[in-house]
Design a protein around this ligand. Structure first.
Ligand code: SF4
Length: 365
């Protein structure tokens, strides 16, 4: 089994084992019916979970590979079948303004509804069910494990949680009943209706942008761009704590115009308190011909974000940089000093700056 201790933020590291949790002995949900689809003539199905709107013939699967048409019913092939389960610092997601310094139980199944050519977790996101070892773990077992390990949150991460929607929803619903919070680390490629339902059980999200234009999305992710804007607006309007990531890829999406457009859109539509993380690209998967992003480019991107009015700007995959830390947007003092995944100094009291008393946006306890 695999533990993936990476995400879009840190290069993926796939280990040889999985967190030991007793597996479920009976009731394998091989026929878990999926939500959000409609039946068509001749036993065809249209999946309405994400903007791809796959029309699926009997016995076929959708683009994400994990939702199958079985005799006119849409079946999730990955319900309760995580391929990755691990305890991470919440900073690794990355979420910097949500329960800092706490562990989060992180899980993924195989599958994704994008085809990013730079994917760091391609070995699970692009895998088909049955080709990667999994363990049968029902939502109640995941929640029990989070309690046992003292994790105040569960994170749906590594691959794309949209495609294991039913497993994510049921687990998050149960977790909430036990006082455990939930985070979705996602590309955001989901339709408004299922997203609004999901927002009832998700407390925080990190939405990873692959660029800020239709051209970039079609080029590197095989997807449309505009659904992402609606996703971001919905998360914000539903009161889910939101942080935005932007993977800066040399020559692909690193132009001043594209980054400036993203920053201005975020500041105008989501507000200045939504943190933005600029993530350093490293050659991966099918995109090995490009060099890693120069740190200078990331610093320039951060400057554009500040100019647009975004108050909390971070650099990812650049360990030791001052933009890993949090500074008060009012007095400018250092509030949270981070080294890698760990917090070395913390100067917030009841969610406010210890020095000037400014309320700092986030979920602090
Ligand atoms: S979730 Fe999967 S099956 Fe459904 S529309 Fe998206 S890619 Fe297609």
């Amino acid at each position: 089994m695999k533990i993936t201790v990476g995400c879009a933020f840190w290069p993926a590291l796939v280990l040889a084992t999985m967190l030991a949790v007793p597996g479920h002995l009976h009731g394998a949900p091989d026929a878990k019916e999926a939500e959000h689809y409609e039946r068509l003539p001749a036993d065809e199905i249209q999946c309405l979970l994400c903007p791809r709107a796959c029309v699926i013939k009997p016995n076929d699967v959708g683009y994400c590979r994990v939702r199958r048409n079985v005799k006119g019913k849409l079946i999730s092939l990955v319900y309760a079948k995580p391929c990755s389960l691990n305890i991470d610092p919440i900073e690794k997601k990355p979420l910097y303004h949500f329960l800092p310094g706490t562990p989060t139980l992180s899980l993924a199944t195989v599958g994704c509804n994008l085809r990013c050519v730079f994917c760091q977790n391609w070995s699970i996101s692009q895998a088909e069910p049955g080709t990667v070892r999994t363990q049968l773990l029902m939502p109640e077992q995941i929640v029990a494990q989070a309690q046992k390990e003292g994790c105040p949150s569960i994170s749906f991460t590594y691959s794309e949680p949209t495609v294991f929607y039913e497993y994510m929803f049921d687990t998050a619903f149960l977790a909430k009943q036990h006082g455990i919070r939930n985070t979705a680390i996602t590309c955001g490629y989901i339709n408004p209706k299922p997203l609004k339902k999901l927002c009832q059980v998700i407390d925080a999200t990190h939405v990873d942008l692959k660029g800020f234009s239709d051209k970039t999305y079609r080029l590197v992710a095989g997807a449309k761009f505009h659904p992402l804007l609606e996703t971001l607006m919905i998360y914000k309007s539903q009161g889910v704590w939101l942080e935005v990531g932007y993977l800066v890829i040399p020559t692909v999406n690193d132009s001043r115009e594209e980054i400036k457009a993203m920053c201005e859109w975020v500041a105008t539509n989501l507000g200045p308190d939504v943190p933005v993380h600029f993530l350093r690209f490293f050659p991966q998967h099918k995109l090995t011909r490009l060099p890693p992003t120069p740190v200078k480019t990331l610093v320039q991107a951060a400057a554009l974000a500040k100019t647009a009015g975004i108050r909390y700007v971070y650099l990812g995959n650049v360990p030791g940089h001052e933009y890993n830390s949090t500074f008060c947007h009012s007095c400018g003092k250092l509030l949270i000093l981070r080294r890698g995944y760990f917090i070395e100094e913390f100067h917030l009291k009841d969610g406010c700056c210890e020095y000037c008393g400014q309320k700092i946006p986030g979920v602090w306890k």
